[in-house]
Design a protein around this ligand. Structure first.
Ligand code: BES
Ligand code: MN
Ligand code: ZN
Length: 485
C-alpha cells in the first residue's frame, strides 16, 4: 500500500487544519492553545508524559490534541518520535494535522523534525493490501517551526519523509504473504525500486548461482518449486569515502524444510523471514535522496524454504561460495546457509566493513525479547558504529559475545562444520557459523528475529512487520567511517 501521509514543513499553523497537536511537558506552563489548566489536564489523566495525549473537544475550529513530551529539556529523538506517534494515533482518520512539536524541544530542529515525521508516518502505517474495501485515508501533516529553526525543520522533514518511506516499504514487503512475494517477485520489486532510487541492480538466477558456487542459497532452494534469486544492489556516489557491504536474509517463507516447523502462530509469521533483505533493499533505496557519501553494496539472498522430495536432507553436505562445506543437521537453520554465500561474495568486493541482517534465531529472541536485536561481530569499532546508529534510530541492539570457544559446537565428522550447535547459545553459534565467511573484513551481524514484528500497535510500531533495521542501516551508511582492522 502506498504511503498515504503527506508531510510539509511550514512557518505557521495552516488556517484550515483539522487537528493541532500542541506539545505539553510534565512541568512548565501549559500552552494557552490547549485551553485547560494544568490541574484540569491532570484531572483528565494527562500529565504530559511521552506517549500520552488528550483530545480537547472544541465547538469551533480545529480539534486540539495535547501531546505529552515529558521534560522538554531532556527530549531526545526517541522521545520526540514517540510523541509524534501518539499524536498520529490520537488524530487518526483526520485529513489534516499540524504540530508545533519541533519548536517545543531543545533538540536541534533538523533532528526533531525528522523524528516528528518518522513517528507520525510510521504510526499511521497499516497493511491494507489484502483487506477488501479498506484503504488508509490520506492525511497531511504540517510540521511547524519558526525563526532560526525553520531551515533545520525543512531539512529534517525532507529526511524524515525519506527514512519513514523506506521503513514503510520494508513493512509492506515483510507483511506480504508468501504467494504474493516469491523470490522472483522480491527480485522484481528490487529491480523496480533500484531504478526509481538510482541504484545499480543485477539479478542472479539458479543457473548463474550454480556457476558462482552459491551452494548455500541453492541448497535451501532445492525443496522449492520456485527458483531462488540473488539480488546485488550497488550505490556508488562519486568520490565515495568508504565502502560498506550489506547482506540480507531473504527467506520469503520459512517452513523449516524437512525439519518442518509446527503449525503455530510463529510459523504463520514466517512470511516475514525476508525482513533482513527488506531492510537492506529499503535502506539502500533511500541513500541517493539523502546524498549518502558511502559506497554501499547490497546482497539479497532470496528463496523460500520448503520440504519436498528434492529438499536438502539431514546429513547432506553443502559447499558454499568460499569453498567451505557444512553438514546439514537441521534444515530449519537455513538463514545461515544463504547468508554464507552472501557474506562470501561481500568479502570478494573488498569492502571496509560488512553488516548482515537476518531473522536468524529463536534463541536471540529468547535472550533479548521482541524489542531488542542481537549484534555480534568481529570488530568492536564497527559494532560501536552499529550501536550508535541503533540509538539514533531507536531500533535497540544489544551485543552478545562471539565466543570462539563455542566454535567446537559446530564441529562435524564429515564437513568443515555442522549447521547447528548444541541446545544453548543458539544466537552465538549461528553468528560463529557466519563468521566463517567474513575472512578479515570487519563485520557485524544483526539478529532481528525478536523485533521483526509486533502483535499490537505500540508507539510508532504498528501491528505486524516493524521494518526493524531499515532506519538503522540508513543511519549507519550515512555516518560510516572505515573501522581500524
Ligand atoms: N527464521 C527462523 C528464526 C526465527 C524464529 C525468526 C522466530 C523469527 C521468529 C530461523 O530460520 C530458524 O528457524 N531458526 C532455528 C534455528 C535452529 C534450528 C538452530 C530456530 O531458531 O529455532
Ligand atoms: Mn528456519
Ligand atoms: Zn528462517
Amino acid at each position: 500500500m502506498a504511503n498515504n501521509v503527506t508531510v510539509e514543513s511550514v512557518r505557521s499553523i495552516p488556517k484550515t487544519v483539522e487537528v493541532i497537536g500542541v506539545p505539553v511537558g510534565t512541568t512548565g506552563a501549559v500552552p494557552r492553545q490547549v485551553g485547560l489548566s494544568r490541574a484540569a489536564l491532570t484531572t483528565h489523566g494527562f500529565e504530559g508524559k511521552v506517549g500520552q495525549t488528550l483530545v480537547v473537544p472544541s465547538t469551533s475550529g480545529a480539534t486540539i490534541v495535547a501531546v505529552g513530551i515529558g521534560d522538554a529539556r531532556k527530549a531526545t529523538v526517541a522521545t520526540v518520535r514517540r510523541s509524534a506517534a501518539a499524536l498520529a494515533r490520537a488524530a487518526s482518520r483526520r485529513a489534516s494535522v499540524a504540530t508545533t512539536l519541533v519548536d517545543a524541544v531543545s533538540l536541534d530542529a533538523r533532528s526533531a523534525a525528522q523524528a516528528v515525521v518518522e513517528g507520525f508516518v510510521l504510526a499511521s502505517y497499516r497493511f491494507t493490501d489484502l483487506k477488501s474495501g479498506v484503504e488508509n485515508p490520506a492525511v497531511t501533516l504540517s510540521v511547524v517551526a519558526t525563526g532560526a529553526r525553520a531551515k533545520g525543520c525543512d531539512s529534517g522533514v525532507d529526511r524524515g519523509r525519506v527514512t519513514a518511506a523506506a521503513a514503510w516499504t520494508a513493512r509492506d514487503l515483510a507483511n506480504t504473504p508468501p504467494a504474493y512475494l516469491t523470490a522472483r517477485m522480491l527480485a522484481d520489486r528490487a529491480v523496480a525500486m533500484a531504478k526509481e532510487s538510482g541504484l545499480e541492480v543485477e539479478v542472479f538466477d539458479n543457473d548463474k548461482l550454480a556457476v558462482m558456487g552459491c551452494g548455500g542459497l541453492l541448497g535451501v532452494n532445492r525443496g522449492s518449486t520456485e527458483p531462488a534469486r540473488m539480488v546485488k544492489l550497488t550505490y556508488s556516489p562519486a568520490g565515495a569515502s568508504g565502502h560498506l557491504v550489506m547482506v540480507g536474509k531473504g527467506i520469503t517463507y520459512d517452513s523449516g524444510g524437512i525439519s518442518l516447523k509446527p503449525s503455530d502462530a510463529s510459523h504463520a509469521n514466517m512470511k516475514m523471514d525476508m525482513s533482513g533483505a527488506a531492510a537492506v533493499l529499503s535502506a539502500m533505496s533511500a541513500l541517493k535522496a539523502l546524498r549518502c557519501r558511502t559506497k554501499v553494496t547490497g546482497y539479497l539472498m532470496c528463496t523460500d524454504n520448503r520440504p519436498s522430495g528434492s529438499a536438502v536432507a539431514m546429513g547432506d553436505v553443502l559447499t558454499f561460495r568460499n569453498g567451505k562445506t557444512a553438514e546439514i543437521h537441521n534444515t530449519d537453520a537455513e538463514g545461515r546457509l544463504v547468508l554464507a554465500d552472501g557474506l562470501s561474495l561481500g568479502v570478494e568486493a573488498k569492502p571496509d566493513a560488512m553488516v548482515d541482517i537476518a531473522t536468524l534465531t529463536g534463541a536471540c529472541m529468547a535472550a533479548l525479547g521482541t524489542k531488542i536485536a542481537g549484534v555480534l561481530g568481529t570488530n568492536d569499532a564497527f559494532i560501536d558504529q552499529v550501536k550508535s546508529s541503533a540509538g539514533r534510530a531507536d531500533e535497540p541492539v544489544w551485543q552478545l559475545p562471539l565466543e570462539r570457544d563455542y566454535r567446537r559446537l559446530l564441529d562435524s565428522n564429515v564437513a568443515d562444520m555442522r549447521n547447528i550447535g548444541g541446545p544453548y547459545a543458539g544466537a552465538i553459534t549461528a553468528a560463529l557459523f557466519l563468521s566463517e565467511f567474513t575472512a578479515d573484513v570487519p563485520w557485524a551481524h544483526l539478529d532481528i528475529a525478536g523485533p521483526m514484528s509486533v502483535d499490537a500497535d505500540d508507539g510508532w510500531l504498528s501491528r505486524g512487520a516493524t521494518g526493524f533495521g531499515t532506519r538503522l542501516l540508513i543511519d549507519l551508511a550515512l555516518n560510516f567511517s572505515k573501522p581500524k582492522r
